[in-house]
Design a protein around this ligand. Sequence first.
Ligand SMILES: NC(=O)C1=CN([C@@H]2O[C@H](COP(=O)(O)OP(=O)(O)OC[C@H]3O[C@@H](n4cnc5c(N)ncnc54)[C@H](OP(=O)(O)O)[C@@H]3O)[C@@H](O)[C@H]2O)C=CC1
Ligand SMILES: CC(=O)N[C@@H](CCC(=O)OP(=O)(O)O)C(=O)O
Length: 345
Amino acid sequence: MLRAAVIGASGYAGAELVRILTGHSRVSLSVVTSRQYAGVAYDSIYPALSGVVGLNCDDNDPATVCDNSDVVFLALPHKVSMGMVPALLDAGKRVVDLSADFRFKSRDAYEAHYQPHSCAHLMERSVYGLCERYGSQVVSADLIGNPGCYPTSVLLPLLPLIEEKLVDPATIIADCKSGVSGAGRGASQTTHFCHVNESFKAYKVGGHRHTPEIEEQLSRCAGVPVKITFVPHLVPMTRGMESTVYATLSPGVDDGRIRQCLESAYRGTPFIRLMPRGRFPDTLHVRGTNFCDIGWVVDPGSGRLILMSVIDNLVKGAAGQAVQNMNLMFGFDETTGLDGVAYPL
Ligand SMILES: NC(=O)C1=CN([C@@H]2O[C@H](COP(=O)(O)OP(=O)(O)OC[C@H]3O[C@@H](n4cnc5c(N)ncnc54)[C@H](OP(=O)(O)O)[C@@H]3O)[C@@H](O)[C@H]2O)C=CC1
Ligand SMILES: CC(=O)N[C@@H](CCC(=O)OP(=O)(O)O)C(=O)O
């Protein structure tokens, strides 16, 4: 059995990793860490895992983690992960980092939106863990920059169309909505029940840190610099994310050509589900799962393409994609531990 450590296991993404890994047939969860709950039984933080996880939390000491693990998941905030990664790699561990610290190839782009990078030489070594696109690189990687939740939901429908030049990359608008768990467990006043219940609002408009992550990936794919308009919204649900993406079609491209492209790109990929014509994706249908459901319409009035995708921000947008990456890295079937479906209603 592969021994897995979850660093930052008290947080929402960490807890989702723990939930998924306890059901993984090839993995034994060996370490869970938290500073504030060090020494505390993990199932007292998340009683849903009582009788399932018998571990106490360790603190974040890299030596303890290294002694007891083969693969390490970092579910820590941005800027904290980079402080731990070099020691883990030096100890020969394979690392999946859920923060943004190793998602970028451009140091300038990272530093413009986050902070100076303390181990920038590792940015080139890491693989952007969007499995459906970079799976062939993931298999041999020792460091994965697990994609952000909004980037995952925007890039999966768009990248094949950009690659085949079916849409004009200069015209992309991504209108996205996230459940509140996307903001993490350390809830601030803005994610307090009283502020989100019966509320719907845009936030960080014109300056969200996922904009450069999406743009870097679109630019790599298009071969030219791409700039997009991205507007995130907070919706009063616990988990789930919907992205509606607008783009102008290239001359002569119709609905049939879009379907052909997406079907060809995602044939044989277990977690991408393309909607039949006239059906639109719904966050309820991917809740608690690693699926990304994609639908689209060519707007008869404007001729513009309207793409829609849904994921669970904590699963395909974070922990599930991280486990999918681990499965590829260790030669397990890609779906191991991730084969659940949503409640049908
Ligand atoms: N929530 C989501 O939908 C998604 C999250 N992610 C990423 O996953 C990572 C975790 O996010 P999320 O679970 O939402 O966040 P949470 O705030 O819920 O959890 C953060 C975790 O990190 C630990 N932590 C916080 N600050 C520090 C610090 N300064 N030093 C060491 N440990 C610290 C906390 O534990 P303790 O304080 O007990 O030590 C906690 O376990 C982030 O990088 C996030 O961006 C990515 C995609 C989606
Ligand atoms: C609702 C909400 O606040 N969502 C978070 C994004 C989710 C997240 O955790 O971002 P990463 O994927 O980069 O880790 C935000 O907008 O900052």
